[in-house]
Design a protein around this ligand. Sequence first.
Ligand code: 0PR
Length: 398
Amino acid sequence: MNEIGLSEEEIFSLLGNAKKKDFRYQRVLSSMCTYPHEIAVKAHMQFIESNMGDFGLFRGTHDMEKEIILMLGGIYGCNSAEGYLTTGGTESNIQAVRAMRNFSRDNRLRDNGSCDSPKARQNIVVPASAHFSFDKVSDILGIEVRKANLDHEMKVSVKAMESLIDEHTVGLVAIAGTTEFGQVDPIEVISDLAVSKDLPLHIDAAFGGFVIPFLPGEHRFDFSLPGVTSIATDPHKMGLGTIPSGVLLFRDFGYIDNLRVHAPYLTVDTQYTLTGTRSGAAVAATYAVMKLLGKEGYTKIVSRCMNLTRYLVKSAKDIGIRPVIDPVMNVVALDVPHPAALRTRLSREYGWHVSITQDQKALRLVIMPHLNIEIIDMFIGDLGKALDDLDKSQEGKG
Ligand code: 0PR
């Protein structure tokens, strides 16, 4: 650390240099984040000091948080949903599984009069397409994460899920908007399975939560299905809020109450969150952008992203590349030869940031609001060139 403080001018020069090294989103097709909406930035700044970890001190911010939960509960089919703002999908998933685990522990306590851990490890059953945050869940909570196979459309096979359930299963997870394919699992059927097995069902809608409700077709994924007990959705992805902002919603207080800890020093004496200190700025940002856009505004944004996605898929088909599945939302996996090499070439030679699927078999693109037709045209042009380059280098090898 420097002995004496620098001048503001020197600081801004340092910040400017750091900023120059950061990529601009315009050439990024690998990210589920984007520029936050202008109003979200303004609101964030206005509430920059607000701490939701001690919300008794920040009642106005807390009222906004409650209203976000009410608004999202409203579009997710449950006006009485409970919840709070997290740092994103990872925290929401950890907390949702922690609630399931505690729910099952409390049930055992009630049933057996003892909460001794069962000899076998507890488990949850998730789709094989689950985000890697569930591997963190497993590590942190010491729970086995059983991964059920996908079908040819990259949706989880409900039969496979059912076959993995046993007496040590504490809950199920389904995904509304998978990280790699943007696919929605057959959540209606999984909800029935959860009800029949008397297990809680968490929906990871970190990406899809701000997309699916604004798509024309109907993909049922929310509390309107009786088995769904919790939902994770991220304003800092398609919600156009600021980073970090996720939302975790529970069907009712009975579930969130499984996360209660006594908080003796605070203005409120219980806490349900994972982190203590929490950003009130992200609450204000989410509230502001949701109020400003309303359903109409989000529908326009989603519809623009879907048009761009369809345009990208058509342009890719024109150069002989097909998507692994027809896109359901604005995430596309393209079936290309040598995806890993292509990704490197696109980045090194052409300055594009794209990703590949876990199995390394497809190029993965996320069509976020920072993209437009001109950018997609440029990208497809460079993709064609990069494929030709690769063809030539393969021929050279042959
Ligand atoms: N659940 C799903 C379905 C996700 O896609 C993600 C993140 C998460 C949970 C975890 O969310 P947080 O990262 O907010 O905790 N999906 C993206 C991914 O891992 C996140 C991302 C965003 C990655 C921007 C890169 C990037 O530039 O691919």
